[in-house]
Write a new protein. Structure first.
Length: 83
C-alpha cells in the first residue's frame, strides 16, 4: 500500500516535467543565450527588431510564460496548503 502511494505521489511531477520539457525539442525552441541554452527565439532579441527574422523558436516566449505561470501556480498551491 505504501509503495502504491509513493508511486502516485512521485509520478505526476515526473510526467508533467517531461511533458513540458520534451515538446520544445521538436519545435526548435531551445536556443543559446548568453551563458546557457533555454527556451528562446533565435537570433537573440529578434522579436524586437523587425529587420532581423526569427529563424527558430517562434513561440518560445509563449511556452516560457506558460512554464513560469505553472511554476507560480504550484508554488501558490504549496503556500496555501501549508497555512
Amino acid at each position: 500500500k505504501t509503495m502504491k502511494m509513493r508511486v502516485l505521489f512521485l509520478l505526476p511531477p515526473f510526467i508533467i516535467s517531461l511533458a513540458m520539457a520534451v515538446p520544445p525539442l521538436f519545435y526548435q525552441m531551445y536556443n543559446p543565450t548568453l551563458f546557457y541554452c533555454s527556451l528562446n527565439q533565435y537570433p537573440n532579441n529578434c522579436e524586437y527588431d523587425p529587420e532581423v527574422p526569427c529563424t527558430r523558436g517562434e513561440n518560445a516566449l509563449i511556452v516560457q510564460a506558460v512554464t513560469l505561470l505553472y511554476a507560480l501556480l504550484c508554488t501558490l498551491i504549496v503556500i496555501i496548503f501549508m497555512v
